[in-house]
Every structure is written in C-alpha cells, then in structure tokens.
Design a protein around this ligand. Structure first.
Ligand code: CO8
Length: 260
C-alpha cells in the first residue's frame, strides 16, 4: 500500500512508518492523519507485525507541528463542528493496542511533540528539539500537549514549555522523563528498530497487556490501577504463552509464542 504523505515498510515483524513531507518539515495535515490512521490500522490487523516505529524523513524534523497553512484560514466553527484533532487520539492512540515507538529526529514541535507523546515511548536523536510553541500563534496545544506533557514532565516544566513556547533539547527531555533514550542521529533508526524488534519478539498478549497497564497508570488512581494490574496479571497466567514462557525458562531455551 502506498500513501501520499507517509512511507510504510515492513522489516520482518516490525513496521516502520516515516512521515514524508520534508518540504514542510513533516507538518501534520489532514492527509497525514488519514494516512496514519490507515497505516496504524493495517499494522494493528497484521498478525505478523509485533511493534511499529514512527519517525520523520530527513534529518531536520520528526514533525514541526500541525500544518499551520492548512489551519490558518479555517473558521473556528469548523474546528468545533469537525472536532478537529479528535481523530489523533481516537484512531491513532486508542485503536492501536500493539506497542509502537516514536523515533524523534530533529524538531518535534506543537502537534509533532504531541504525536511523539502518543507513542508508547520516545527514543530521541541528540539533535531532537521538543516544544509546544502554540502560544506564539495565539492558540494552545490541541492534540494532547497540555495533558500528556504535564503527566510526562510535571506541572512546572509543562507550564514553562506551554507558556514560553521555548524548545527543550534532547538532554533536557531525557532528564525530564519525556524520552527514554537519546542516541546519535546516525544510530537513531537502528536503536529504535532494535528496541521494536525486541518487543515484537515478546509474547504478544503480554506485550499488549503491559502497554495497557502502564497506560492505566496514566489515567486512573493508584488503587484502581493496582486492581487492574492484578487482574491482567491473573488473566495472563491463563495463557498458553505463560505456560510456554515458564517451561522455556526451566528448560533453558527460547520461548516460542502463539499469542494465545
Ligand atoms: N506547518 C506548515 N508548514 C511548516 C510548519 C508547520 N507547522 N513548520 C515548518 N513549515 C514549513 C515552512 O513554512 C517552510 O516552508 P516554505 O519553504 O514553503 O516556506 C518549511 O517548512 C521549512 O521551514 P522553515 O523555513 O521555517 O525552516 P527553519 O529551519 O527556518 O525553521 C522551525 C524551523 C523553527 C521548526 C520553523 O519552521 C517553525 O517555527 N515552524 C513552526 C513550528 C510551530 O509553530 N509548530 C506548532 C504548529 S501549531 C500546532 O501544532 C497545534 C495547533 C495550533 C493551531 C494554530 C491555528 C492557526
């Protein structure tokens, strides 16, 4: 399947999705959203694929934001009536239950930072720059920036980023817990694909439930989260992959997973 604004490649059991509008620093317009919704749905439905990596083409940007040119003349009533930006959370985040990683190369600003934060974790190149500069356009984050950034880095730094619109470099992003690893740009894709391949080699139900559990920690109270965690653990103990995983450990051999 070929797309207008993204590239999709299957690398064994990992799907690599590349935002491909380098002339606009991979700015996110409606076509990018439509293409990503389709690509993530195909990844989710393909039983041979265990993890995805999302990155940006070129060395300069992961994505420099929602497409300002597309939005500049749009009437406010349309932003509301179309529930503009809603599709990102409902179709890209909620509908994708398998794990995926953002490999952030260069600018991740506004919607670009928000898209990276939709991933299960972020691996950044040393030249990565994160920011929520919407305030400078007279607006505010609309794809989760004020919410996911605050949960990721805490109130003080999220306020700093949203109110000043300044950029955070990769070292600060790692210190703040926004990204899990920082690597040189020329190693970014290898590192992200290696991590994705390790995840894709895990028992698939356990991978999905581990993802769901960590996300629950983001969204609920500790007590409710602990109950959910125990229930999911208990469900996993009934799977064939649990029996196989424990037998493989005892027999000192790699497990062979069925996703059952
Ligand atoms: N949307 C559309 N086009 C963009 C965007 C964008 N977000 N970012 C860059 N581009 C385009 C530029 O217009 C330029 O195109 P052209 O050559 O046709 O003029 C091309 O990409 C290269 O960009 P620059 O020449 O600006 O490259 P620089 O290296 O000089 O600067 C920056 C790089 C610093 C990343 C700069 O491009 C920049 O500041 N971009 C905008 C960053 C930004 O503000 N992002 C937030 C966008 S808003 C958002 O995501 C949430 C929704 C807010 C609603 C807004 C309603 C109006």
């Amino acid at each position: 399947m070929s797309y207008e604004t993204i590239l999709v490649e299957k690398k064994d059991n990992v799907t690599l999705i590349t935002l491909n509008r380098p002339q606009a620093l991979n700015a996110l317009n409606s076509q990018v959203l439509a293409d990503l919704i389709d690509a993530f749905a195909a990844f989710e439905a393909d039983a041979t694929q265990g993890c995805a990596v999302l990155t940006g083409s070129g060395e300069k940007a992961f994505a420099a934001g929602a497409d300002i040119k597309e939005m500049s003349d749009k009437p406010s009533a349309e932003f509301y009536s179309q529930d503009f930006f809603a599709g990102w959370t409902s179709h890209v985040v909620k509908a994708t239950r398998k794990p995926w990683i953002a490999a952030v190369n260069g600018f991740a600003l506004g919607g670009g930072c928000e898209l990276a934060m939709m991933a299960d974790f972020i691996i950044a190149s040393e030249n990565a720059k994160f920011g929520q500069p919407e305030i400078k356009l007279g607006v505010a984050p609309g794809m989760g920036g004020s919410q996911r950034l605050t949960r990721a880095v805490g109130k003080s730094k999220a306020m700093d980023m949203c109110l000043t619109g300044r950029m955070m470099d990769a070292a600060e992003a790692e210190r703040s817990g926004l990204v899990s690893r920082v690597v040189p740009l020329d190693q970014l894709l290898d590192e992200a694909l290696k991590a994705a391949s390790a995840i894709a080699g895990m028992p698939p139900l356990a991978a999905m439930m581990n993802k769901e559990m960590v996300n629950i920690a983001f969204e609920t109270t500790l007590d409710a989260g602990l109950v959910m965690e125990r229930r999911m653990f208990q469900v996993l103990t009934a799977t064939e992959d649990k029996a196989e995983g424990m037998a493989a450990f005892v027999e000192k051999r790699p497990g062979v997973w069925k996703g059952k």
